[in-house]
Design a protein around this ligand. Structure first.
Ligand code: ATP
Length: 453
């Protein structure tokens, strides 16, 4: 058993957004879009580690909302839809934010985000009257650019679910209550995007519409509030950084009977991570009216037709990813192994979300060690779901730090003793403790370590 180093001392660091942005750029999580052209405002590209992290967030959502349940099925609807959808849903008429312009510096702002009606850009107080600005991106379908060819990039994934309600219900022979889950891109021409990936004009949503009998809706709303709050906790988010906030009556969207947000304490303050709304029968009724198709459920017991009520948990994959990054970021004092201490940056992220699951680190490049380490790599890659890296450059201490900074839960060191005892060392990211395991037991030990508990 190797000597156990002293444990790192951690403190509750609340990183600044700039720190996260710079880590993301330095380590290849998130880059500014079109950077070589000076960047496209408030649009971001996920790099090699970011794509893994965000995919893991989406997979964890899909697992808990679709794969692990009998009462929810999945869907992947198109981004472009019939334009009537957005008339029926109320988006053409009402999906607006109040836009004001500062008469001094001409900066544009969302009126409802201003403090004391003051321009945050120049401090000016002379602002134009607010006008309603529709957030939907418009484009044209086909070669004609006239009003008859106008289509919208969907501003939410939910409507793709509502228009498929009948298709899904009949093909899967569902009984109420049941849900339809979907993950996909949505677009909003936000007046003031910002705070890194928190508010962008192109983003991904993770939405589920849960159809239930009228009268059971409030109980299901409560259920989903709890489920969704607990999902973040289960994936390691700290409870004191999360809260549920119920909307005031005057804050409710036009379709909502009730709504509460899961909020996270971001560096700029408490902000929405996910909204969980009771949409009542608004959407199905509207689509039935505008399409002329009946969107109802026949209740075998009562022999009655009902329009189901809908509970909608709607989260952002990008916002969620950002929150998981911020929440797991720590700067802590860690022993160097030579009786000294140094600051280490570590992402204490849940193993299910970690972009790299395992790093295989041979102690040195060597004609005997390298083939054994490559064999270990092959065995681990073949059995662990997710990215497994191989790194044999620089000192082992440096390599551990590089993996800590990107949140790799386990580093496997192959050393000269391994050639004799057929065992390797697993070094734990959080405690920095080391454990010797037989190569034969390595995969099962790693699987246990990486599981969602
Ligand atoms: P906000 O009040 O912040 O504009 P919203 O209440 O309009 O948000 P919803 O329509 O409830 O947001 O969208 C559901 C989820 O989609 C949000 O909780 C958020 O995670 C995500 N989302 C919405 N708009 C954006 C955006 N512009 N950029 C990134 N994610 C977004």
């Amino acid at each position: 058993m190797p000597d156990q180093p002293a444990k790192p001392t951690t403190h509750d660091s609340a990183p600044r957004m700039e720190t996260i942005v710079s880590l993301c750029k330095r380590r290849g999580f998130i880059f500014q879009s079109s950077e070589i052209y000076g960047g496209a405002a408030s649009t971001w590209d996920y790099g090699p580690l970011g794509v893994e992290l965000k995919r893991n967030v989406k997979n964890a959502w899909w697992r808990s909302m679709v794969l692990d349940r009998d009462d929810i099925v999945g869907l992947d609807a198109a981004i472009l839809m019939a334009p009537q959808v957005w008339v029926a849903s109320g988006h053409v008429a009402a999906f607006t934010d109040p836009l004001v312009e500062c008469k001094s510096c001409h900066a544009r702002h969302r009126a409802d985000h201003l403090k004391n009606n003051t321009c945050p850009n120049c401090g000016g107080k002379d602002l134009t009257e607010a006008r309603n600005f529709n957030l939907m991106f418009k484009t044209n379908m086909g070669p004609m650019e006239d009003s008859s060819s106008v289509v919208y990039l969907r501003p939410e994934t939910a409507q793709g679910i509502f228009v498929n309600f009948e298709n899904v219900m009949t093909t899967t022979r569902r009984k109420l209550p049941f849900g339809i889950g979907q993950i996909g891109k949505a677009f909003r021409n936000e007046i003031t995007p910002g705070n890194f990936t928190f508010r962008t004009r192109e983003f991904e949503q993770m939405e589920m519409e849960f159809f239930c009998k009228p009268g059971t809706d409030e109980q299901w709303h409560k259920y989903w509030l709890e489920e969704r709050f607990n999902w973040y906790l289960k994936l390691g988010m700290r409870k004191d950084k999360l809260r549920l906030r119920h909307h005031e009556k005057d804050e409710l969207a036009h379709y909502a009977k009730g709504c509460a947000d899961v909020e996270y304490l971001f560096p700029m303050g408490w902000s929405e991570l996910e909204g969980i709304a009771n949409r009542a029968d608004f959407d199905l009724t509207q689509h039935a009216k505008h399409s002329g198709k009946k969107l109802e459920y026949f209740d075998e017991e009562t022999k009655e037709r009902v329009v189901p009520y809908v509970i909608e948990p709607s989260g952002g994959a990008d916002r969620g990813t950002l929150a998981f990054l911020i929440d797991s970021y720590r700067e802590e004092m860690a022993p160097t192994g030579e009786g000294k201490e140094e600051t280490r940056i570590v992402l204490r992220i849940h193993p299910a979300l970690a972009p790299v699951k395992v790093a295989i680190l041979p102690l040195s490049k060597n004609e005997k060690l390298t083939p054994l380490a490559k064999d270990v790599l092959k065995a681990v890659r073949g059995s662990i779901d997710g990215l497994v890296q191989y790194d044999d450059a620089q000192s082992i201490g440096r390599r551990y730090r590089r993996q800590d900074e990107i949140g790799t839960p386990a580093c496997v060191t192959v050393d000269f003793e391994s050639l004799e005892d057929n065992a390797v060392t697993i070094r734990d990211r959080d405690t920095m403790t080391q454990m010797r395991v037989k190569i034969l037991d390595l995969v099962s030990t790693l699987k246990e370590k990486l599981a969602i508990k």
